[in-house]
Design a binder for this molecule. Structure first.
Ligand code: FES
Length: 162
């Protein structure tokens, strides 16, 4: 029986195409493996860091916020209220299932679009199904600027007098 690689025998055209196809397939597989290794290597060299926003951030100067104003910090899911006794910050995240609540300009309530809970401007539940009021966060005054700290929940009667 003659060997396929015997140079004395002519190689059939189909055999040449099959070999070329298998060669291309092997080269493609090696190329993909090399690319995967390269991507994994580059990914390994990058620091595996989760970049999160700072929990403390500036709200603004208190004298610029009139009594009776409710500021909406949508990106931070926070309301800052200047009430008659002072400033307080309440979460915009509903205590029911975590939807972001809304406050329409001039309204004296905060509403949740998901299941219809409503809260007064102090964050107390006025209509369920929310089981509890909105979380209050610490506000401080640093160098004349109000600073909110989302890592520090405070009792709901906490007010920053300025
Ligand atoms: S998530 Fe707000 S009422 Fe259900």
């Amino acid at each position: 029986m003659p060997l396929v690689d015997d140079l004395r025998l002519p190689i059939a055209r189909e055999e040449l195409e099959r070999r070329r196809f298998l060669g291309l397939l092997g080269s493609g597989a090696l190329g993909l493996a090399a690319l995967g290794t390269l991507i994994a290597g580059v990914r390994y060299l990058e620091p595996d860091v989760l970049y999160e926003e700072d929990e403390r951030f500036a709200i603004g100067r208190p004298e610029a916020i009139a009594v009776g104003t409710l500021l909406v910090c949508r990106a931070r899911k926070l309301y800052v209220v200047h009430g008659p006794r002072g400033f307080y910050a309440i979460s915009a995240v509903c205590s029911h299932f975590g939807c972001v609540t809304r406050h329409a300009l001039g309204e004296d309530r905060i509403t949740c679009p998901c299941h219809g809970s409503t809260f007064d401007l102090a964050g107390n539940v006025t209509k369920g199904p929310a089981p509890s009021g909105l979380v209050h966060f610490q506000l401080t005054l640093e160098h004349g600027v109000l600073i909110a700290d989302l890592s520090s929940p405070v009792p709901s009667d906490t007010v920053l007098e300025v």
